[in-house]
Design a protein around this ligand. Sequence first.
Ligand code: SF4
Length: 320
Amino acid sequence: MALVGIARLAAQSPLLEAKRAVQYFEIPARSILNRTKPTMPFRWTINPYRGCEFGCKYCYARYTHEFMEMAAEEFEDKIYAKAASAHLLRQELRGIDRRDHIAMGTATDPYQPAERRYGRTRAILEVFAQERGWHLGIVTKSDLVMRDLDLLREVARANVLSVNVTITTLDDKLARMMEPRAPRPSLRLEAVRKLSEAGGLRVSVFPNPIMPGLTDGPRQLDRLAKAARDAGAVSFGGGPLFLMPSAQKVFLPFLEKEFPHLVERYRGLYEKSAYLGKEYKDLLAARVRQIRDRYGLASGPIEYKPEVWAPEQETLFPLK
Ligand code: SF4
């Protein structure tokens, strides 16, 4: 029987995108705390997952899948939840200096969709809620962070906690192209607002990475900083795109498809190094600083003295 009406239209519709099949695995973890290079602003990182379903085109962490003999593109399709993370973390915290800063979510988003099922980020926060005196920062693009609002406030009562929400653009269409499966910017801003209004939390917005010709316009950054301030963020800071070869494999074809006029410029900019040159970096830093000052925002996480604090740190803590 010949199809008619909507059935015929449906049958003739071109395929836009087949539903992706994301695979989830559990991977044993040798450690939960990973030491960073001395140049980083934090000494330790925690990433409860390997791989990140948000699939940002510029994601620098794709190389971490190459360590597992996988293609950079599999970073968003094969997600590994680290096993026994809370138990291991408790043991590891006993062996490090409480003054060291710890950052969660530097290589994968701790609130990516897998977190709804596996709760590894929540398990780690539950450990910190029972601890005192740590400096912890969380970076996310997801409004799922709202699920843990009460837990985060518990952590922040006894530790210096900063919740950092990444918003690269307020433009939903651009965000969808660059960060295909991350929550849209308006949802992230709403999370900033709710977290800030709840009290007891210091929330920052970071427009990282700032991308030449895509998100580095003064008006774009100004609107973003204003929206962050209006939503209750206390700081706003950003740096330029870092594009190592594994990220270029995904980002350059993306540019060729969506922004072909930018391809040559990017090839030139990143031909010799994954880092942008000093001239661009200085100009961008000045731009961000000016905008940040306009809205009275700080450049990074805010130090504060938690209500409950580790007694041995009373004399070490730089009070503000
Ligand atoms: S949210 Fe972060 S870790 Fe996840 S794909 Fe995007 S840039 Fe990479």
